[in-house]
Design a protein around this ligand. Structure first.
Ligand code: PMP
Length: 426
């Protein structure tokens, strides 16, 4: 028995499924999740001391690679002064100003402790601001596990076959209208019928929780126009895309201005952080200025702020995002070329430093239905072969993959060599 197997058996006695977040349990791909002991740069090391080139990056935050010295130093230094005060600090102003400078549509913002909190709060705010109950989301998009949003969701909810979770009263779920991603006609139809009851559209501007699906041309522009026409709030959930598809996120990449934005992952540099913000007029509906309540004991936590600020400061330097995007393209196109070489039907999608590959003969994957009809069995076999090769990818085919600045050209070449060997055996 490996140490990971021992730990997994032990964990299952005391933690449901042995994990604190479902996808970690390897249920989709089978086998034993690797228990991780430490991580450095592009590598993670499991409890059996095996090293893996990591393309999960803690599901997005580790855009600089693991254990980056600037983040580590910021955390250690800030911790000397105390871990949490539950009172405002200057660091929070610095953080808010830094985020606003990078994402100018966030005229005012508030820090929270997770992506789930960010989207949950943004939805409540949009409802309070518009005085409307209904919200629009898209099938296969995941926005965290708040009740209104766990309806036809992606990511682990989709992987585990519970896209709409029990425990969410029908009376809540009925206010969530779930439409097809990249289908603007459907959005227009629904708004023509119910537009004056719809508080907001929440969308992943590049979907990353049903593998990686970029918006088709005109989709995001269309959502912007519809929201403007009907007085609904457009929320870009940039928890995943923020600071990743470009420095200013998908809204900068596609040049569309949402009313509200939610952030997470990179903004915390690996600490538990999220944020939501947008038009000052809407944000001023939040307590204590306005009537919509939202709060958090650990919100704006100094250690988390220090880690996040250090991360944002590093990624602003030089041509960080261009270089990361170029490496991502090399890897994505490299995988596709190897699939062609081995006659394996495959499509790749990538935007900035986010990519996904689909075992399918469909030329361009743009919809949820196409994404879920890919060859899962082939993915699962490939997954385990890659693990053996020392390459760690997301343990489910419905997840996007991430590169970090620590993934050197050499490591990408090594990864492609491993892919070549695995495809030969597939
Ligand atoms: N929104 C998106 C787009 C996400 O990808 C995620 C998490 N993967 C969330 C929200 C929820 O964030 P958290 O897991 O930090 O609650």
């Amino acid at each position: 028995m490996t140490r990971s197997q021992q730990l997994f058996e032990h964990a299952k006695d005391i933690i449901p499924g042995g994990v604190n977040s479902p996808v970690r349990a390897f249920k989709a791909v089978g086998g034993t999740p690797r228990f991780i002991k430490k991580a450095e740069g592009a590598f993670i090391y499991d409890a059996d001391d095996k090293a893996y080139i990591d393309y999960v990056g803690s599901w997005g935050p580790m855009i600089l690679g693991h254990n980056h010295p600037a983040i580590l130093n910021a955390v250690v230094e800030t911790a000397q002064n105390g871990l949490s005060f539950g009172a405002p600090t200057e660091l929070e102003i610095t953080m808010a100003e830094k985020v606003k400078a990078i994402v100018p549509s966030m005229e005012k913002l508030r820090m929270v402790s997770s992506g789930t909190e960010a989207t949950m709060s943004a939805i409540r705010l949009a409802r309070g601001y518009t005085n409307r109950d209904k919200i629009v989301k898209f099938e296969g998009c995941y926005h965290g596990h708040a009740d209104s949003l766990l309806v036809k969701a992606g990511s682990g909810a989709l992987t585990l076959g519970v896209p709409s979770s029990p425990g969410i009263p029908e009376d809540f779920a009925k206010h969530t209208l779930t439409l097809e991603y990249n289908n603007l006609d459907e959005v227009k139809q629904v708004f023509a019928e119910l537009g004056d009851q719809i508080a907001c559209i929440i969308v992943e501007p590049v979907a990353g929780n049903m593998n990686c699906i970029p918006p088709v041309e005109g989709f995001l522009e269309g959502l912007r126009d519809v929201c403007t026409e009907y007085g609904s709030v457009l929320i870009f959930d940039e928890v995943m895309t923020g600071f990743r598809v470009s420095l200013g996120g998908a809204q900068q990449h596609y040049n569309i201005t949402p009313d509200l934005t939610t952030l997470g992952k990179v903004i915390g540099g690996g600490m538990p952080v999220g944020a939501f913000g947008g038009k000052a007029e809407i944000m001023d509906y939040i307590a204590p200025v306005g009537p919509v309540y939202q709060a958090g004991t650990l919100s704006g936590n100094p250690i988390a702020m220090a880690a996040g600020l250090a991360a944002l400061t590093e990624i602003e330097k030089g041509n960080f995002h261009d270089e990361l995007a170029a490496k991502t393209e090399t890897l994505a196109l490299g995988i596709k070329a190897l699939a062609d070489k081995h006659n394996i039907p495959m499509t790749v999608n990538y935007v900035g430093a986010m990519f996904g590959f689909f075992f399918t003969d469909i030329e361009k994957v743009t919809t949820y239905q196409q994404a879920i009809n890919c060859n899962q069995d082939q993915f699962n076999r490939f997954y385990h072969m890659m693990l053996e090769e020392g390459v760690y990818m997301a343990p489910a085919s419905y997840e996007a993959s991430f590169l970090s600045a620590a993934h050197s050209d050499e490591l990408i070449a090594q990864t492609l060599d491993a892919v070549d060997r695995c495809f030969a055996k597939l």
